[in-house]
Design a protein around this ligand. Structure first.
Ligand code: MSP
Length: 511
């Protein structure tokens, strides 16, 4: 049992056959926002990411690059570390499946499965897709290809099998007892109906290539890349040592975030492997959707792969983070369009959020001698706005509990809209002449509302939020969620504020 305040969130580990693209960036960004939110909310967080380096697909890519697999994976894995830096990700650990700690853990996990009678030696004869690193039954093929469109090849070789067929009833009982094990709900239903349809034993070793972890006691076999890869979630906690602090604190994982294409591996095979090895399954698997590019499927052959480095270079980091996490309800498919990106940048970030901050801070700079004003006698309009700001933490927390990242952002932007309306109605620039005391109260109310907004946008747009909190004079140690709400630590009247600077520039189309 993990510790009650602990929160363990993982990305899939990425295949190093290729450089990082928008799909990788997306999963990682979502996890990062989730991890940052949980940290600010006082949880003890472990955020894991890494690279999946074994298997035929990576071996082939290394060969195509004219390199040894180890040298090749060293190189490409570095690019994924680079992605984490580029995107301001905050992982606590980065695991590579070629590391010794992982190899040792996988072999111990295998032994456990053998001791439990879950693995037997047989012979595999059937279809395999190297691109998907997956076995397919004849009945699943569509026009001679995998249902994903990937080519398949006929494979016949000695193979160890995992007795997946024996797990059907126990998996169904597990899903029934944990109706939110898989989110969104539609994906849960998909998993349940797949398992109801019957399970066949799963081939878990290969003999026709060498780039993998040798099967203990039978080195002609290497462990099937998915059994190898899934195990990263526990080897990164020090498995097989299940008594160590990390493992005791963080297993079972709270959340595996994945793309919908790898749901079956995470929601069917993984819990079955774990239960067979006497370990608890993770608490939740969240499957997000896929991005297309201007309406087209993203693929190397179409040459329309979106490079996260270009994206961030062109639009900016916070802008990219915001767009990806806001534009599409988390869990659904999305289409990447330049126009939609520009609308989010100019409308949401520059006009709504940026403008609110700019208006409030420059009024304070100009009319309150650059110091946080002192409120005097809040009226019901002020209290109503503050009540909305205070309600944001419980609202965003509820959304984040279901990984509804877009809903958390919507809630925050609703309050940004309300605050902008309040500025218009109160017209502090008029009050400056008619009632300066009232003006100061209005500006304080706005600054306090902005503090709530900026604190809560930190997980999504960390850089801009930090700059805004600097401009509001909020010290770094008062930026977590404990500082929010009616019992929090409000902005302090009299605090000298730095000169205001815009936080979100508008996008200018260059002809
Ligand atoms: N190595 C496996 C995962 C093993 S986890 C134990 C793998 N790697 S991957 O590099 O191919 O994909 C990683 C993630 O990127 C997946 O979650 C996948 O869904 C996601 N994406 C790849 N292309 C994508 C889009 N076009 N859009 C959104 N996400 C997509 O699978």
């Amino acid at each position: 049992m993990s510790a009650p305040d602990a929160f363990y969130v993982t990305t899939p580990i990425y295949y190093v056959n290729d450089s990082p693209h928008i799909g990788h960036a997306y999963t990682s960004l979502a996890c990062d926002a989730i991890a940052r939110f949980a940290r600010l909310d006082g949880r003890r967080v472990r955020f894991l990411t890494g690279t999946d380096e074994h298997g035929q697909k990576v071996e082939k890519a290394a060969r195509a690059a004219g390199m040894e697999p180890q040298a090749f994976t060293d190189l490409v894995s570095q690019r994924f570390r680079g992605l984490a830096t580029l995107l301001d990700l905050t992982p606590d650990d980065f695991i590579r499946t070629t590391e010794e700690r992982h190899r040792r853990g996988v072999q111990a996990f295998w032994q456990k499965l053998v001791e439990a009678g879950a693995i037997y030696l047989g012979r595999y004869a059937g279809w395999y897709s190297v691109r998907d690193e997956a076995y397919y039954a004849e009945s699943e093929l569509v026009d001679g290809r995998a249902p994903t469109g990937a080519p398949v090849e006929w494979v016949e070789e000695p193979s160890y099998f995992f007795r997946l067929s024996a797990w059907q009833e126990r998996l169904l009982a597990f899903y029934a007892a944990h109706p939110d094990f898989v989110l969104p709900q539609s994906r849960y239903n998909e998993v349940v109906s797949f398992v109801r349809g019957g399970l066949t034993d799963l081939s878990v070793s290969r003999t026709t290539f060498r780039w993998g972890i040798p099967v203990p006691g039978d080195p002609d076999h290497v462990v099937y890349v998915w059994l190898d890869a899934l195990t990263n979630y526990i080897t990164a906690l020090g498995y097989p040592d299940t008594d160590n602090e990390l493992f005791r604190t963080f297993w079972p994982a709270d959340l595996h975030v994945i793309g919908k294409d790898i749901l079956r591996f995470h929601a069917v095979y993984w819990p079955a492997f774990l239960m067979a090895a006497g370990l608890e399954p993770p608490k939740r698997v969240f499957a997000h959707g896929w991005w297309t590019n201007e309406g087209q499927k993203i693929s190397k052959s179409l040459g329309n792969v979106i490079d996260p480095v270009e994206l961030v270079g062109r639009y900016g980091l916070d802008q990219t983070r915001y767009f990806l996490l806001r534009e599409v309800p988390f869990g659904q498919d999305g289409d990447f369009r330049h126009e939609a990106m520009v609308r989010r940048i100019n409308h949401d970030l520059a006009n709504d959020y940026g403008n609110l901050a700019q208006r409030v801070l420059s009024l304070i700079a100009r009319h309150c001698e650059g110091r946080m004003p002192e409120p005097e006698g809040l009226c019901s309009d002020d209290e109503a706005l503050l009540a909305l700001a205070y309600a944001l933490l419980p609202r965003t927390r509820a959304a984040m509990r279901e990984q509804a990242l877009h809903r958390a952002l919507e809630a925050i932007f609703e309050v940004i809209g309300e605050a902008n309306r309040y500025v218009d109605t109160m017209a502090p620039w008029v009050l400056r002449k008619t009632d300066p005391t009232r003006m100061r109260t209005v500006l304080w109310t706005l600054a306090e509302t902005l503090r709530h907004i900026a604190t809560l946008t930190q997980p999504f747009v960390p850089r801009a939020s930090a700059r805004l909190l600097d401009q509001l004079g909020v010290p770094p140690q008062r930026r977590d969620f404990a500082a929010l709400g009616p019992d929090g630590t409000p902005v302090v009247p009299g605090t000298p504020l730095p000169p205001p600077e815009p936080i979100f520039p508008r996008w200018q189309e260059t002809p």
